[in-house]
Design a protein around this ligand. Sequence first.
Ligand code: AP5
Length: 224
Amino acid sequence: MRIILLGPPGAGKGTQAVRLVARWGIPHISTGDILRANVREGTALGLEAKRFMDAGDLVPDGVIIGMVGERLAEPDAADGFLFDGFPRTVPQARALEALVNERDTPIDVVIRLVVDQDDVVARLTGRRTCSECSRIYHVQTDPPAQEGRCDACGGAIVQRDDDREEVVLNRLEVHRTQTAPLEDFYFERGLLRDISAVGSVEEVTERAVAILGEYDRPRGGDAA
Ligand code: AP5
C-alpha cells in the first residue's frame, strides 16, 4: 500500500499514521519527524530547517524533495509506505509523482482528514510529544500515565516549539494557502478520499481502515 495522509496541522495525521502502519506493516514516513530528528542531532539539514519550523513556515521544496528521495530509496519502503506531512505543496506532489512513476509504484490513495479550525487549535496547543520516540499525547484527552514521562519509552515529554498559539495560527494559514491546493491535484487524479477526523481516535481509525480495505487487506494484525 502506498498511502498519503492529508489534513491541516493537528488533524490527527501522526496519531492515525502510527495505527495504520501497524495494521499494514509499512513504514511511516513523517517529514516533520525526520526534520525534528535532524534539528535534535544538529545536522546541517536540521540547522537550515529549524528557522522555518520555529516560525511555522514550510521548509523549502528542494530540501524536502531531496530528503524524501533518500528515504524512499531505503529497502523498507520498497513494498509500500504511508506519508504523513508530505507532500505539502504542488511542486512536492509533482516531484513525488515523478519518483513513483519512475519506479512504477503509483500512490494508491490519498486520505484527507477533515476537521474544523477551532478543533485543531485546541488539539495543537494541548499536544505533548515524547522527545525520544515521538509518541503523541494530549494534556486533556490522552495524557501519559506518569506526568512528563512517555508510556512507551520513558523519554521526557515536551511541547513542540511550533505548538505555541501564534505559531499554530501561522501554520494554519500556510496550510490554507500552500497545502490546500494539493487537494485539487489529487482530486483530479481520482485519488482523494475524505474522512471526518472528529470523534474518538478509534472511530477515525475505523473510517480510514474502511477506505484502505477497498484497496488492500491489512498484513500486520490489529491496530495498535
Ligand atoms: P509536521 O510535523 O508535519 O506538522 P503538521 O502537519 O503541522 O501536523 P502536526 O504534526 O502538527 O499534526 P497532526 O495532524 O500529525 O496531528 P497529531 O496526530 O499530532 O510539520 C512541522 C513543520 O515541519 C512544518 O510547519 C514545516 O516547517 C516542516 N515540514 C514538515 N513537512 C514538511 C514538508 N513536506 N514541506 C515543508 N516543510 C515541512 O494530533 C494533534 C493533537 O490532537 C494530539 O495531541 C493528539 O493527541 C490529538 N488528537 C488526535 N486525534 C484526535 C481525535 N480524534 N480527537 C481528539 N484529539 C485528537
